[in-house]
Design a protein around this ligand. Structure first.
Ligand SMILES: Cc1cc2nc3c(=O)[nH]c(=O)nc-3n(C[C@H](O)[C@H](O)[C@H](O)COP(=O)(O)OP(=O)(O)OC[C@H]3O[C@@H](n4cnc5c(N)ncnc54)[C@H](O)[C@@H]3O)c2cc1C
Length: 436
């Protein structure tokens, strides 16, 4: 490759957004270079580990037959924790054991991203690893290339796709995105813990390649706004916590404090007992919400994936991978269209936003845009209520010689004493509106 070489498209970042875009463009016959700052795709990426794959299954049908997925998720569990107890809703669906496996797989990004990038390379994408992009080159208001730290230096293209993930310094440098503020960020940390395959299957009640996703609220993150998770892989489990950056700052806690106390909880430690820590990583999740999205395009440039804040904030889903891939695909389709019309201006790229608005990406972001605000205004849903509901459940099921009618009445009285019914009704109604 020569310095100053021109491509149809330069994609920055080989995560799910960038690789989907690059792969699709190369399949359509465009010349594409994919620049990744890590030593290989996946080496810098952090994800809890559930890959939602409706888009990937369109891009590479039946991808699971060859992709390094860990387990198909057939069990889903949601729990609230108090300091030492748990209340759980558990689900298992036999249909999720059949293709396309509910498009939900646990993955380890180090393996998965490397495989996905290799498919892009087979399709004709030029992948340059250890290629840090420092700046987008703009001429007369149009993005025309990028400045890299490679020996060959500057590269040029008709369009640039910024898919560099949550920090997105390039988009900030162009003035397309505001500097991130703690209110719009979740700080996470995650560990990968090795356990024998049979131990995982026995502890999580799984058969063969079946997997489980377990999500925890309330005391799992010391009652802060956030949640924790355990996802089963083949012979490891991914365990992590994600907490509002603002809440961490205000409570003078670190993500490490939270994950350590989560791992010590009696309901959790039995899952990871005897395991060996293989990986520890920390990362952020963007939760800008629909009303704080960056400007998604400019002349010659599109922003996709986490760089644009495309993460579904609803804690029931924790979905970023599918939105990243959907936006990468929408970016590629828009660029193919722009090339046909020979118009790479902002107007020529306007189809990008339209595609996203008509897909689940922006529909879901719009639907759940009130979640952050709800969490800020109703901290009782993260601490007070989970603790109370567990206490009441324990009282209800504690065996005694008190007649059942009397003990039921005692539970109701205790609940009524501790909860303002009007506040609860207003909160529940708001929760319903923002989450369902
Ligand atoms: C702890 C945690 C748990 C999560 N759990 C889930 C989950 O279970 N399911 C789910 O769907 N989503 C989850 N997410 C969100 C999900 O990981 C992201 O939404 C998704 O990875 C976004 O993909 P992306 O391609 O936009 O960005 P990324 O995956 O972040 O990829 C960006 C790439 O760009 C590269 N890059 C950055 N800057 C430069 C530069 N200047 N030059 C060159 N390359 C650069 C990076 O090295 C990286 O490879 C989780 C996130 C975290 C942090």
């Amino acid at each position: 490759m020569a310095s100053g070489e021109k491509f149809d498209c330069i994609v920055v970042g080989a995560g799910p957004a960038g690789t989907t875009c690059a792969y699709t463009l190369a399949k359509a016959g465009l010349s594409v270079v994919l620049l990744e700052r890590g030593e290989k795709p996946g080496s810098k990426n952090v994800m809890g580990g559930i890959l939602y794959s409706t888009i990937l299954n369109k891009v590479i049908p039946n991808f699971w037959e060859e992709a390094p997925v860990e387990r198909r998720i057939v069990q889903k569990k949601f729990s609230v924790l108090s300091d030492d107890s748990e209340l759980q809703l558990a689900m298992r669906f036999e249909d999720f054991n059949k293709p396309p496996y509910n498009n939900t797989f646990s993955v380890l990004r180090g393996k998965f991203d490397a495989w996905y990038a290799s498919k892009a390379e087979e399709a004709g994408v030029m992948i340059l690893n250890e290629a840090v992009v420092d700046k987008v080159i703009v001429e007369n208001g149009k993005a025309v290339g990028v400045k890299t730290r490679l020996e060959d230096g500057d590269l040029f293209a008709d369009t640039i796709v910024i898919a560099e993930g949550v920090t997105s310094l390039l988009a900030q440098g162009l003035g397309l995105r505001e500097k991130h503020i703690p209110e719009h960020m979740v700080t996470c940390c995650k560990e990968v813990i090795e356990l024998p395959k049979e131990t995982i299957e026995q502890r999580f009640n799984l058969d063969g390649d079946e997997g489980a996703s377990l999500e925890y609220f309330g005391g799992s993150v010391k009652g802060l706004v956030g949640s924790a998770f355990i996802y089963t892989n083949k012979d490891t489990v991914s365990i992590g916590v994600g907490v509002s950056t603002n809440d961490l700052k205000n409570n003078k806690l670190t993500p490490n404090d939270i994950i350590e106390s989560f791992k010590e909880h009696p309901s959790i430690k039995r899952y990871i007992k005897g395991g060996k820590l293989l990986e520890y990583s920390a990362h952020m999740i963007p939760e800008f919400g629909y009303d704080h999205l960056p400007k998604l395009t400019m002349d010659g440039l599109i922003i996709a994936g986490d760089a644009a804040g495309f993460v579904n904030m609803n804690p029931l889903y924790h979905e970023g991978s599918n939105l990243a891939m959907a936006s990468g695909l929408a970016a590629a389709e828009t660029i193919i269209e722009a090339r046909k019309n020979n118009d790479f201006s902002e107007k020529g790229l306007a189809g990008y936003r339209k595609r996203l608005e008509s897909s689940f990406v922006l529909k879901d972001l719009k639907r759940y845009k009130g979640i952050s605000n709800f969490a800020l205004k109703h901290p009782e849903f993260f601490k007070e209520y989970p603790e109370l509901i567990i206490e009441l459940a324990q009282d209800f099921f504690t065996v005694s010689e008190t007649p059942k009618g009397q003990s039921r009445m005692n539970v109701i009285k205790k609940g009524l004493k501790r909860v303002n019914l009007l506040k609860l009704a207003i909160g529940m109604n708001r929760a319903r509106k923002v989450m369902f």
